[in-house]
Design a protein around this ligand. Structure first.
Ligand SMILES: *Cc1c(COP(=O)(O)O)cnc(C)c1O
Length: 425
């Protein structure tokens, strides 16, 4: 038995499924999850000492790679003067100012510890601000596991949502309308019929939770238009895209201004930190100024904020995102080229530092199209790559991430591994 096997067996005794977040369990690809002991730059080492080129980066946060010295130093130095106070610190003001400067739609922000909290708080705030209950989300978008957001499409034309998890009351899910991503006409129709009862649209401006699906021209613009017309709050969930597809997030990349936004992952540099924020007139409805309650014992934790600030500083180096985008594009182009040479139906795309690769001839544009890709083939590909020392997301339905620490040699090694994997499929 490998040490990974031993640790997995041990973990399953007292942790459901042996993991603290389900996708880590390798259920969709099969096999034993790798237990990691160390990460440095673009690489991670598992419990058996095997090295991998890492394209997950803790699911997005590690845009500078693992254990960046400036972030490690910020964490250690801050921790030495206290881990948490449950009282405000100057660093939080600095973080708020930095965020409002980098993302122009942010006038005020509040810090939380997870993207889940940020999204559920933004939805509560939008409901409190508008005095409406209904929200719109899109199938395949993930906004954390808040009850109102763990909702899938129901049957029928106008999709009042059904719970997407046991434990979510159907009465609550019914307030969430689930539409298809990139379905401009569907959005217009729902707003024409009931726009004045809709508190908010929440959307991933580039979806990274059903593999990667990019917005079609006009889609985000339509969301902006209908929200403006009907007094609904447009929430961009930039937990994944923020500071990754561009310094100012997807909203800067596509030039659309949401009313509220959520951030997480990159913003904390690998520590638990997330953000929601936006228009001051909306944010002023939050306690203690207003009637919408939201709080957190560890919100704005000094160590997490210090890590986030240290990482954000690097992202402001001129050309940072252009270089990251070029590297990510080179990876995708290399893999797609290798697949074509071996005759495998495979496609890929990238937006900034995130990418999607698909076992389908064309890049998917919606949830049903993503679902049509060849999952079984992906699973075999995944294991070939894992054996070759390349750690991709253990699911065909997750985006991948490149960091600034990945070198041309890492990309070349990955493309060579992919070529061998395609040939062996
Ligand atoms: C990861 C993610 C979340 C949830 O963030 P957590 O920190 O895991 O709670 C929400 N929205 C999007 C788009 C995400 O990618």
């Amino acid at each position: 038995m490998s040490r990974n096997d031993t640790l997995f067996a041990r973990s399953q005794t007292h942790i459901p499924g042996g993991v603290n977040s389900p996708v880590r369990a390798f259920r969709s690809v099969g096999g034993t999850p790798r237990f990691f002991e160390r990460g440095q730059g673009p690489h991670v080492w598992d419990a058996d000492g095997k090295r991998y080129i890492d394209y997950i980066g803790s699911w997005g946060p590690l845009i500078l790679g693992h254990a960046h010295p400036d972030i490690v130093e910020a964490v250690c130095a801050t921790a030495r003067s206290g881990m948490s106070y449950g009282a405000p610190t100057e660093r939080e003001a600095e973080m708020a100012e930095t965020l409002c400067r980098l993302v122009p739609s942010l006038e005020m922000v509040r810090l939380t510890s997870s993207g889940t909290e940020a999204c559920m708080s933004a939805v509560r705030l939008a409901r409190g601000f508008t005095g409406r209950n209904r929200i719109v989300k899109f199938e395949g978008c993930y906004h954390g596991h808040g009850d109102s957001l763990l909702v899938k499409a129901g049957s029928g034309m106008l999709t009042f949502g059904n719970p997407d998890s046991a434990g979510v009351p159907a009465d609550l899910a019914a307030h969430t309308l689930v539409l298809q991503y990139n379905d401009i006409e569907g959005v217009k129709q729902v707003f024409a019929e009931m726009g004045d009862t809709i508190a908010a649209i929440i959307v991933e401006p580039v979806v990274g939770n059903m593999n990667l699906v990019a917005p079609e021209p006009g889609f985000l613009e339509t969301l902006r238009e209908v929200c403006t017309r009907h007094g609904s709050v447009l929430i961009f969930d930039e937990v994944m895209t923020g500071f990754r597809v561009a310094l100012g997030g997807a909203q800067a990349h596509y030039g659309i201004t949401p009313d509220l936004s959520t951030f997480g992952k990159v913003v904390g540099g690998g520590m638990p930190l997330a953000v929601f924020g936006g228009r001051a007139d909306i944010m002023k409805h939050l306690a203690p100024l207003g009637p919408v309650y939201q709080a957190g014992t560890l919100s704005g934790n000094p160590v997490a904020v210090a890590a986030g600030l240290a990482q954000l500083k690097h992202l402001q180096t001129p050309g940072f995102h252009d270089a990251l985008a070029a590297k990510t594009r080179a990876l995708v182009d290399g893999m797609v080229g290798a697949a074509h040479d071996t005759g495998v139906a495979f496609s890929g795309q990238s937006v900034g530092g995130m990418f999607g690769v698909y076992f389908s001839a064309a890049v998917p544009k919606s949830y049903p199209e993503v679902m049509d890709s060849d999952r079984e083939r992906f699973n075999r590909f995944f294991h070939h790559m894992l054996d070759a020392g390349v750690y991709l997301a253990p699911s065909a339905f997750e985006a991948g991430f490149v960091s600034a620490a990945h070198t041309d040699a890492d990309i070349a090694e990955t493309v060579a591994a992919a070529r061998a994997a395609f040939a062996a499929l």
